[in-house]
Ligand binder design. Structure first.
Ligand SMILES: O=P(O)(O)OC[C@H]1O[C@@](CO)(OP(=O)(O)O)[C@@H](O)[C@@H]1O
Length: 455
């Protein structure tokens, strides 16, 4: 079989998550400014892209900025007719681009990010979408927790393009006045809008009201959104310490860690401490069910007393008939498969095993649980780590299976209002490199012990 026909047969087995649901959906954000709408919109888009559903955010604010880059709070006063007209024009421009995007067959889910704070505006959106055969899902974020609002004002709005280059204090004050203007006309979704599909999130998921969810994709989205929280936290990612199989260049298996792997396991508690843990912070340790991750987390568990969970879903990508072979042996025994994997590594499924796409599907519950959790350290495997990292850092599918994720390195991810901050900490303990570039049969060499450095 040629590498092309291997890929073709692979593709017949592909699991297209989006294809089970034909409907197009417009997710309509609703809520006063500084209620986390853009954060929810951005995360939902990242999640959808990760599971293979084409999605795009249409942010009405950025359309408005074409004409009014840095308006003052008075622009948003409902009695300001000119302001009202320009804001309406921005909403119409976003709507028309969104409809064109759907019509061009470019996507399945659009997220309309704006306040959409009046019944009249929501009715208009619903009518436009219904006429174009697009479902609407209204997502209202309600928040009366002053701390959360202030935090949002500080973190998001003082970095917003609307206030670029302005004094942060004055910007925050102006932004508060803008909110007051919106409050004058704001209408929460109520019983008069029972005909719509909607979800109301009160104080970032502490109460959730769901109305009329009709299809599978909407229910998955709602389930995802209701799991989100915005409490400050970090997620640490580490591969297991070097394993005996890593030393001999074998893939898969369930071998023990090597001597250097054991040194990494011993170093991990201190490495975690050095990466910065806020006082009195509890971290939960997650490992796979394979020996090399459990052994790598052993000292961490013993020294910190943190709770530890083992997840089957975190086990390494199943390499089927190739389990236990080196890349050279695979290239020799299964040359077409080897070439096919290089051609489309994300979709290639090992005979009797898995593809990266399969791994993403089995990791979905892990991502849901991670979104609900606070501080977590995950000790897992190269392929699984690439998939989890890609979710947080928005790495496209074709790139993620080729990323370098070195052994003996701790990655700290800290979600911020816009995107995720990343730091890397090297343990300074040598290990083999298990990374293989496209086209090469193997690259199996020692990489040196660097001093602990930050990215
Ligand atoms: O997808 P590729 O690049 O082959 O990487 C996955 C491979 O990484 C390895 C190491 O080569 O993972 P692990 O870190 O669990 O040892 C293999 O077991 C696994 O098959």
């Amino acid at each position: 079989m040629s590498s092309k026909s291997v890929i073709r047969s692979q593709q017949q087995h592909k699991v297209f998550i989006a294809s089970s649901d034909e409907s197009k959906i417009c997710v309509v954000m609703v809520g006063l400014p500084a209620r986390g709408k853009s954060l929810i919109a951005g995360k939902a888009m990242r999640y959808l892209a990760w599971v293979g559903i084409p999605a795009r955010v249409f942010n009405v604010g950025s359309y408005r900025r074409h004409n009014t880059p840095q308006p003052q709070a008075t622009f948003f006063d409902p009695h300001n007719a000119e302001g009202e007209r320009m804001r309406r024009a921005a909403a119409e421009a976003a709507m028309s681009d969104m409809l064109a995007w759907f019509q061009a067959g470019k996507g399945v889910v659009a997220i309309l990010d704006a306040t959409n704070s009046t019944k009249e505006r929501r009715k208009w959106i619903h009518e436009q979408c219904t006429a174009a055969d697009i479902e609407t899902l209204f997502v209202e974020s309600i928040c009366d927790d002053e701390d959360l609002i202030m935090n949002n004002i500080r973190e998001v709005k003082t970095t917003s393009p609307d206030y670029k280059g302005q004094d942060p204090e004055l910007a925050a004050l102006d932004f508060r006045n803008r909110i007051v203007n919106y409050e004058k006309v704001y209408e929460t979704i109520d019983d008069g809008e029972k005909q719509y599909t909607y979800v109301k999130l009160i104080n970032v998921g502490s109460t959730v009201i769901i109305n009329q969810i009709k299809d599978y994709l909407s229910s998955r989205l709602v389930y995802y959104i209701q799991n989100l929280h915005i409490k400050p936290r970090s997620i640490w990612l580490s591969r297991h310490g070097e394993s005996e199989y890593n030393l001999t260049g074998r893939i898969g298996g369930d071998s023990n860690i090597s001597e250097r792997g054991e040194a990494y396991a011993r170093a991990l508690p201190e490495l975690l401490r050095k990466s910065g843990i806020p006082e009195n912070t509890k971290i939960v340790i997650w490992t796979s069910t394979l020996r090399r991750t459990i052994q790598s987390a052993r000292h961490l568990k013993a020294e910190t007393g943190f709770e530890k969970l083992e997840w089957k879903a975190l086990d390494e990508l199943d390499s089927g008939v190739c389990d236990g072979l080196t890349y050279e042996e695979i290239a020799e025994k299964y040359p077409e498969d080897f070439a096919a994997r290089d051609e489309d590594k994300y979709n290639y499924r090992y005979r009797g095993g898995e593809s990266y796409r399969d791994v993403v599907i089995r990791l979905e519950p892990i991502i849901m649980e991670l979104e609900r959790s606070e501080n977590v350290i995950i000790v897992t495997h190269q392929a699984v780590l690439r998939c989890i990292y890609s979710y947080f850092m928005n790495v496209p599918q074709e790139k993620s299976p080729w990323m370098e994720v070195p052994l003996h390195t701790l990655i700290k991810l800290t979600p911020r209002a816009y995107g995720t901050e990343e730091q890397r900490f090297k343990a300074g303990i040598s290990a083999v490199s298990t990374w293989r570039g496209k086209g090469s049969s193997a690259k199996h060499q020692d990489f040196p012990a660097d001093e602990q450095v930050q990215k």
